[in-house]
Design a protein around this ligand. Structure first.
Ligand SMILES: [Zn+2]
Length: 134
């Protein structure tokens, strides 16, 4: 038997933990829709508490990743959004790294589309959209 280990970047780990939390929410909703038998209600309750514990564990991992990164440990696969503090593996780099924005929404809270167009300068400027750690 062979085991393949995939090395995940810091940004991947952060993204995966976020996805897992919402997947688990979906899973419990699905179970509720399937288990209508009263005998199974106890089972659902057990699953719910197990999922809640799993989610809080994952959430803790997610926060720990972020804390580690904020302390300066970085594999250069992410940036932190200057507007909403979200961890991002792709987004806007402004003025060569003065600010970073994860979405158009965060970008436009700080720069109008016209301003950005001018800063981007058809790819000649120091402001652009990019992916890190690729
Ligand atoms: Zn943002």
């Amino acid at each position: 038997m062979t085991t393949t280990t995939t090395v995940l970047s810091m940004a991947d780990k952060y993204r995966l933990t976020g996805n897992l939390i919402s997947e688990l929410d979906d899973a419990i909703e699905l179970m509720k829709s399937l288990f209508v038998d009263e005998d199974l209600e106890k089972r659902i309750k057990e699953c719910e508490s197990l999922l809640a514990e799993t989610q809080s564990l994952i959430l803790q991992m997610k926060e720990e990743y972020k804390t580690t990164w904020l302390l300066g440990d970085s594999d250069d696969s992410y940036r932190i959004c200057s507007e909403c503090d979200e961890v991002m593996s792709q987004g806007y780099c402004i003025d060569g790294g003065t600010d970073y924005y994860c979405t158009d929404y965060c970008l436009h809270k700080n720069h109008t589309p016209e301003e950005y167009k001018e800063m981007h300068c058809d790819g000649e400027g120091d402001s652009y959209w990019t992916e890190w750690g690729e």
